[in-house]
Design a binder for this molecule. Structure first.
Ligand code: AMP
Ligand code: ZN
Length: 495
């Protein structure tokens, strides 16, 4: 069922500064690229907010039955500090600090990143490429840019020539609404020692001395690729020269994403992305969360309670619920009070959702479930407005409580619709996990799946579809899971 045919999504596109109708390049398919973490240290909660916003967008597109290729990279090389000094390469610095190989640093923090995503019930991307796994593609693109006159070599490094780009009628600054003349006016003159022709030029390839462990051979000597280049090389490889969605935090708009636009337009002669999406920042107690200022908390510290900012631990569901109560383009501030309020809200929705199982039905419905379901879709279709969706789910809980109190009535068919809508939006789209006490517990996940199959088998039996009901029983048995029908329903044992 292609649900996307009935839902008209509007997406705020940073490039136009407007909400636009979402029409993928190829009908029914979506290509989405999100800039991933730089794995030289643990991700902080701010990073999690950005990735969670795209997790929900991905989930909604999947719910609508789009076929989504979701690429989120791992930056494991080439991320310099702002001063561009090679000695300040974050991986090299961290490996000295921890007395580990740079690749051990990469491995350690990649594993940590995945653990965090698992804890918060993220869906994995369909491709998770690494910068170090795509050195050849980056060398090729650098060479192409040199050949086309958009880049130059200087002392073993290669730079993108922003003035050459602009001279060809292209506009460096189109995404972040900057003007090259203002940029020039606001930058210090280069001293005579610089390798660059102009301060705006950015590195595609950096020369590296033998002391620098992470380096690769190239036509310009040993070195490593620039950070901006990796995203262009990998997004093009897996999604094509132009793809549907490119996302990241709004701090990446300039220079990172601006450079990606320039590299693609110069190298492939086309704009790389149809819809640029940027998430707003997470602040804590009013200040932007960032490692450099020390105003940050690690995701696991919030979950375990091992921190100085919050009075108690908070379950991953509460964190997720709290984040999604803000729209992805708004600043979100977390504080102890905000987390306590989210906990209350989550519990109210959770109680309502659980009591759906015991609602009594009637011959007529006094509430319009179909209209309510539409309002849930309308919220998500309006630039993925999760706070409005959550407000609609609270409306749903109100209905549930009124039906429980016999002040409203619902038919069997409408109850099924109500249950289905709650399950879709709470579990599939918002990604909340209702298998309490069991987050990340594989055996309980298996139990959940078997119980779901038991329910489906019951439905098949109610519809006298004996063939399907027998097939479910037999295939589970083949896997070593035996169903036992009793007067209180069906139970199972796993051999
Ligand atoms: P990094 O590992 O620094 O490249 O960051 C990974 C992602 O997290 C990027 O998309 C950043 O824009 C995003 N990010 C960094 N700090 C915050 C914050 N305080 N709130 C939300 N997103 C952030
Ligand atoms: Zn990127």
């Amino acid at each position: 069922m292609e649900r996307y045919k009935n839902q008209k999504i509007k997406v705020y596109n940073t490039l136009s500064g407007e909400k636009e109708n979402f029409e993928p390049i190829t009908e029914g398919n979506v290509g989405m690229y999100v800039c991933g973490p730089t794995v030289y240290s643990n991700v902080h909660l701010g990073n999690v907010r950005t990735f969670m916003s795209f997790d929900v967008i991905y989930r909604y597109l999947l719910h609508l039955n789009y076929k989504v290729r979701y690429v989120r990279n791992i930056t494991d090389a080439g991320h310099l500090t702002d001063d561009g000094n090679i000695e300040n390469d974050r991986f090299v610095k961290q490996s000295r600090l921890e007395k580990l190989e740079p690749m051990e640093i990469v491995q350690k923090y990649t594993v940590d990143f995945h653990k965090v995503l698992d804890t918060f019930n993220f869906l994995p991307p369909t491709i998770e490429p690494t910068a170090t796994g795509h050195i050849l593609e980056q060398i090729e693109l650098t060479q192409k840019l040199i050949n086309l006159g958009f880049a130059y070599e200087s002392k073993g490094s290669v730079y993108f020539d922003v003035q050459a780009y602009n001279a060809k009628g292209l506009h460096y600054g189109e995404l972040s609404n900057r003007n090259i003349d203002d940029m020039i006016a606001n930058t210090r003159e280069l001293d005579g020692q610089s390798e660059k022709r102009n301060p705006q030029d950015f590195a595609l390839w950096k020369n590296a001395s033998p002391a620098h462990i992470m380096r690769w051979n190239s036509p310009w000597g040993a070195g490593f690729p620039g950070w901006h280049l990796e995203c262009t090389a990998m997004s093009t490889k897996y999604l094509g020269e132009t793809f549907d969605i490119h996302g990241g935090g709004m701090d990446l708009k300039f220079p990172h994403h601006e450079c990606e636009v320039a590299q693609s337009k110069a190298g492939y002669g086309c704009s790389p992305v149809k819809y640029w999406m940027h998430t707003n920042m997470l602040t804590m107690n009013g200040l932007r969360m960032s490692k450099s200022t020390g105003n940050y908390i690690l995701p696991m510290e919030l979950v375990t309670g091992n921190n100085d900012f919050f009075e108690k631990p908070f379950h991953p569901n509460i964190v997720r619920f709290c984040f999604l109560q803000a729209h992805y383009r708004s600043v979100l501030d977390i504080s102890n009070d905000a987390m306590l309020a989210s906990e209350k809200g989550f519990n109210r929705i959770s109680d309502g959702f659980k009591s759906l199982a015991n609602l009594e039905t009637n011959t007529i419905s006094s509430i319009d479930v179909m209209a309510w379901q539409k309002s849930c879709y309308d919220a998500m279709n309006d630039d993925f407005n999760t706070p409005i969706l959550i407000a609609q789910l609270f409306e749903g809980v109100k209905f549930i409580n009124l039906i429980k109190d016999k002040k409203e009535t619902i038919t069997e068919a409408d109850l099924t619709l109500l249950k289905e809508t709650f399950t879709w939006f709470l579990i599939d789209v918002l990604g909340l996990n209702f298998n309490e006490n069991t987050v990340n517990n594989d055996s309980s996940k298996l139990n959940g799946v078997v119980n779901m199959l038991i329910e489906m088998r019951k439905e098949a039996r109610d519809n006298k579809n004996w063939a399907l009901s027998d097939e479910i029983r037999d295939r589970l048995l083949a896997l070593g899971i035996q169903l036992k029908d009793g007067k209180d329903g069906t139970s199972f044992s796993i051999n």
